[in-house]
Ligand binder design. Structure first.
Ligand SMILES: [Zn+2]
Length: 562
């Protein structure tokens, strides 16, 4: 069906078209069947029944890093598929880069969102300049895989995490196409180097970041950090780059102690240039990984060892933010010529293709945002185990199950003033809330989960369980029922109880009278009754209590006697 000369649809059509998923599978299988240096792996099945395939080039060896390159997580942004298949062909068929294959192994996933890839249409990406027909952003089940790295709703993601771990991934790349305004930059990229990562990996990532900028300049691709916040009428006012939480591919790489690169070629550039520039950045990253093989594997294993040694009382930067520090930066724009629109009644952005280099600045330094003091571990009561344990297993987080039931007085996290959005996000309703301390009697049945922080997956465990984690299980709505009041009091039953409480407790009476100074409260019979219901023994003691305990070493010892 496909050409015997190892050319791809994109090349045969001068980059007007891209091939179907079956071309990528055929190409990988044929390379694997022909060359002993390559192996094809099938690591899962998509919801529509397609095989998830990867091409592995080079043998694993101690101290030899693995670079994992993934494309088509957003299947319409597909130049990474063609670029990596061309790279594989150049390595295997043309016999190029033999020294690199010896120094660093490559794993290529040509298309991650394969069902989305086959939902092809010329009308899938209104902003994008080719190919003629392209895939769809989300999976057949409607999930954006690049928001799913922590909650793991998509079968494709569950297969992917297991495969990435099985490959011993040290460095990771995710190839995309950006959206946004028009400018000279052919591509953007982001290399995570946040204070939420181990310092040794931040230093190496900084080296990779600078190396890529230089190499891509030399390759002739105008490039920039993956910036936001630029005002097209005032680019001199600057831009900034932001850290990404672990729901994103490179945010997840950061919490799993991997060096990573997010690639975003510019959406309005021709498909051919997008394929060729992706080829170059993937190639340059592979060269860097090969040249830094020893440092990279050493830094990663020492980071994992340090995480395994984490203990109660250690500080962990849970999330980072962009600092105010700015450095000079040249914004390579086009001449901005906004025009009036009869459709909108306002200005619409427009550019001529006249290059304009503007002296501006960029904020690309980071500082800690939320820092937590680690507990000795997290304890999940048994009634939540069926929801939580599978997620832990998929992330490679270690845990034990208790053998004896316990009821204890414990410090808990109270979830206060919850608010919910009116529309779902990625099929979930993500609560917003404040947190406060509480103390409750807690029952921990047999089979409760004990998750120690001292483990290689410490950062993932903390992100999943810390109540302030942006992508915690709590944030993603796994525990939404704890916000629901399940019983209500009828006024004719509660009122006499409230009257007795008022009579019996002068302190409560004073508190109530103080509250009555608020007219809204005073004029609401139900609010006045609710004041007493909440303070009565009838109130649900589990309402608004985060069920996961941040446990001390003493409690864990009690739960898991050795
Ligand atoms: Zn994308």
């Amino acid at each position: 069906m496909w050409a015997a000369d190892w050319t791809l649809t994109c090349e045969k059509t001068n980059f007007v078209e891209t091939g179907p998923y079956s071309e990528a599978v055929y190409f990988c299988r044929r390379l694997a069947d022909t060359f002993p240096d390559a192996r094809m792996e099938t690591f899962g099945t998509s919801p529509q029944g397609r095989p998830m395939v990867a091409l592995v080039i080079g043998k694993a060896a101690p101290g030899k890093p693995t670079l994992f390159i993934q494309s088509g997580i957003h299947a319409g942004e597909i130049e990474g598929k063609d670029a990596t298949l061309m790279l594989a062909r150049d390595i295997l068929v043309k016999g190029k880069h033999k020294d690199l294959v010896r120094k660093a192994r490559l794993v290529i996933v040509p298309v991650f969102n394969l069902d989305g890839h086959e939902r092809t249409s010329p009308y899938n990406r209104i902003n994008q300049n080719g190919p003629a027909s392209m895939g769809w952003r989300v999976t057949a089940q409607g999930f954006n895989l690049n928001r799913d790295y922590m909650k793991l709703d998509a079968p494709e993601m569950r297969a992917m995490l297991a495969f990435m771990r099985q490959c011993g991934t040290d460095a990771f790349m995710d190839n995309h196409t950006s959206d946004g305004g028009d400018w000279q930059f052919q591509m953007h990229y982001d290399v995570p180097r946040w204070p939420s990562q181990p310092a040794s990996l931040v230093a190496l990532s900084e080296d990779l970041n600078q190396s890529l900028a230089k190499k891509l300049d030399a390759d002739g691709w105008p490039n920039a950090p993956y910036f936001g916040g630029i005002d097209p009428s005032h680019p001199e006012r600057g831009a900034s780059i932001s850290p990404f939480s672990p729901r994103y591919s490179h945010g997840y790489a950061a919490v799993t102690d991997r060096v990573s690169v997010l690639v975003e070629t510019h959406v309005m550039k021709p498909y051919k240039d997008r394929v060729l520039s992706t080829y170059d950045i993937d190639m340059r990253t592979w060269e860097w990984v090969a040249a830094h093989a020893a440092e990279l594997t050493k830094a990663r294993s020492s980071a994992l060892r340090a995480d395994a040694g984490a203990k109660e009382g250690d500080k962990l930067v849970l999330s980072a933010r962009t600092s105010r520090v700015a450095r000079p930066w040249i914004f390579k724009g086009w001449k901005y010529t906004p025009r009036d629109s009869a459709v909108t009644g306002a200005k619409v952005s427009a550019w001529t293709r006249e290059p304009v280099d503007v002296e501006s600045f960029i904020r690309d330094r980071f500082e800690p945002d939320v820092t937590v003091t680690l507990p000795a571990g997290y304890v999940v009561p048994a009634e939540w185990a069926d929801k939580v344990a599978p997620v832990l297993g998929l992330h490679g987080v270690q845990f034990s199950r208790t053998q004896k039931a316990r009821t204890i007085e414990a410090d808990v996290t109270m979830l206060l003033e919850p608010r919910f959005p009116s529309t779902p996000f990625e099929n979930r309703f993500m609560p917003a809330f404040k947190t406060g301390p509480g103390r409750r009697k807690v029952t921990l049945p047999v089979g409760s989960l004990v998750v120690p922080v001292g483990q290689r997956a410490m950062r993932v465990a903390a992100q999943l369980f810390e109540p302030q984690g942006q992508d915690s299980l709590l944030a993603w709505g796994f525990f939404n029922v704890v916000f629901e009041q399940k019983e209500g009091a009828d006024a004719h039953n509660l009122e006499p109880i409230a009257a007795k409480m008022l009579e019996a407790d002068p302190k409560l009476k004073a508190e109530f009278e103080e509250k009555l100074k608020d007219p809204a409260f005073a004029n609401s019979p139900s609010a006045r009754l609710d004041f007493f219901y909440r303070r009565s023994p009838y109130w649900d003691s589990r309402l608004g209590v985060y069920p996961v305990l941040r446990a001390s070493g003493a409690l864990i010892k009690e739960l898991l006697p050795s």
